[in-house]
Design a protein around this ligand. Structure first.
Ligand code: FES
Length: 401
């Protein structure tokens, strides 16, 4: 997901005042148009049991109703995401409707399914911004991790996006096998004229959690990458903005995930469920409200799901008496659920959490290896029961059973 700092920076550029934001408005609407995707990223944020079946996806009219209601609730920015949003043939209609409603719109794409004509049509429809994801700095690594020969096409599309005058974010999800390419990643971004580069270290949810032992970089890899980014940031000040997002696992205090549950982000899944974050489907014992059955006003303001972790009344110790609770809000609810089995626990990334050892153990396992593909084979051999699992229907089925 796009970082909050990057979101706010877009809003400023869009002429939307940050100070006009009041608490608890769904400022950022993430429209996951489809789970269908030509790529198979092993760290995909879609749920493990995603379905590429298109028959339950919201229709064009339903999406327009969602966008209209979200705007009424205060949304100012919309991200068209997926899966791969270009799979939707009505994307141009949705973009032009977003324009009419006054949104600042982002397309979050792999660029697979894009061509020069389609970029021009999206421009004409009023799209404001495009984020293109790369899986590595060169053809070999990119195409391996995307499980799709897409590197050359991405490069060509990025050039066309810039030629048409779009502001462009390049997004690289960093992990053990591409983080050592950081200089090449930055050089590629510079060559392609990126306005922003999101160096988003992989966060361990969904598919990434299943593949964590393959993906988590070592501390040495992370420190090296961070120092190169710092140097590059200085050299390119005013030219290209860099966002380096450290993996939670290497922090000693958690982040206020999604800027706080139910405060800023609203995600709508392809089949119309409304979620406070992309990971929320791991929370048990809740009815996920559907935009087919409820108004967004009720969902945002009154639904049990969106109120479940608002504020801090739900907190248990050690969060409840922690002086930093207003700052980090207990961290990520989904991570607490996945690593401790209780979403109301402190995020185990916090070194005050009684479950922090689970994060330390994962870090310890990550200290071996040097981050190349050959090393992936070593880990695969050590971990024969679970090789790297690419996101595809076969692996989804296997994980479910
Ligand atoms: Fe759900 Fe962090 S991803 S609260």
């Amino acid at each position: 997901m796009m970082s909050v700092s990057l979101l706010l920076s877009h809003r400023v550029k869009a002429g939307l005042s940050v100070t006009e934001a009041s608490p608890n408005l769904p400022l950022w609407l993430l429209a996951e148009l489809t789970y269908a995707c030509p790529l198979q990223c092993a760290y995909c944020s879609n749920p493990i049991d995603y379905s590429t079946s298109r028959q339950h996806e919201l229709s064009t009219e339903e999406w327009i109703r969602v966008m209209t209601q979200a705007r009424e609730q205060g949304a100012v920015q919309i991200g068209f995401s997926g899966g791969e949003p270009l799979v939707r043939q009505d994307l141009e209609i949705l973009v032009s409707e977003a324009k009419r409603l006054g949104y600042y719109s982002n397309l979050i794409t792999s660029a697979v399914g894009m061509d020069n004509k389609r970029i021009a049509r999206l421009k004409e429809a009023g799209l404001d911004h495009i984020q293109v994801s790369f899986q590595g700095a060169d053809r070999e690594l990119n195409d391996y991790y995307a499980a799709n020969k897409s590197f050359d096409h991405k490069v060509a599309m990025a050039k066309e996006i810039k030629r048409l005058g779009f502001p462009m974010v390049l997004n690289f999800v960093l992990h053990r096998h591409n983080i050592d390419q950081i200089e090449d990643i930055l050089e590629l971004s510079l060559t392609l004229g990126a306005d922003y580069v999101e160096l988003a270290n992989c966060q361990y949810y969904g598919w990434a959690l299943k593949n964590r032992d393959h993906l988590l970089p070592s501390r040495a890899q992370l420190c090296r990458a961070e120092s190169i980014v710092k140097r590059f940031r200085k050299e390119q000040a005013g030219n290209m903005e860099l966002y380096f997002i450290v993996p939670d696992y290497y922090e000693s205090r958690p982040k206020a995930c999604c800027n706080g549950w139910g405060t800023t982000f609203l995600t709508i899944t392809p089949d119309g469920l409304a979620l406070p974050c992309q990971g929320a489907r791991v929370i048990p014992d809740v009815d996920f409200p559907s935009v087919r059955e409820h108004s967004l006003q009720w969902i945002w303001q009154d639904s049990p799901l969106f109120n479940r972790f608002r504020g801090n009344a739900w907190m248990k110790e050690p969060c409840r008496s922690c002086p930093e609770k207003e700052k980090d809000l207990g961290g990520c609810r989904c991570q607490a659920m996945m690593l401790t089995g209780d979403a109301a626990n402190a995020d185990p990334v916090c070194d005050l959490s009684p479950h922090h050892h689970r994060v330390l153990e994962a870090i310890e396992r990550a200290q071996i290896g040097n981050g190349d593909i050959a090393n992936s084979q070593i880990i695969n051999n050590k971990n024969k029961e679970q090789p790297l699992l690419f996101r595809n229907p076969k692996n989804a089925k296997q994980l479910k059973s």
